[in-house]
Design a binder for this molecule. Sequence first.
Ligand code: RTP
Ligand code: MG
Length: 140
Amino acid sequence: MAKERTLSIIKPDATRRNLTGKINAKFEDAGLRIVAQRRVWLSADQAGKFYAVHKERPFYNDLVKFMTSGPVVVQVLEGENAVAKNREVMGATNPANAAAGTIRKEFAESIEANSVHGSDSAENAAIEIAFFFAGVDIVG
Ligand code: RTP
Ligand code: MG
């Protein structure tokens, strides 16, 4: 499998607890390379647009509120099979169902405040990376 890229977000619950380094270590230990990274406080408009696919879901408004409750770290991860590998390292959406050793098992507070986001397909990864980064800002 060729090298792939995926969009990752370290969410406000994790930046608040100063967990950026510990979470980045999990990515790097799994063979993912952080090829772009920026700390940003999302506006409601940005968060709403980023999560537009969930607009009809009951948790959408709460999710936008949560994602704008503090700074996040947006990043591009690169590696073999990066989309699937990142989701493996993240663990299940609900930390109660997440496997031992995953980021969400170790760090997530709840199904909403679950510490990380990761693109769910190569197609969405390309869209989500372009949402936050210009090509020139990604250094592989
Ligand atoms: P993500 O998009 O953040 O990587 O997470 P995911 O694919 O595992 O989960 P998804 O179904 O795409 O949901 C996006 C985010 O919405 C919040 N959520 N809250 N209250 C709830 O029942 C609920 N369900 C999901 C989580 O922050 C989830 O990561
Ligand atoms: Mg998702």
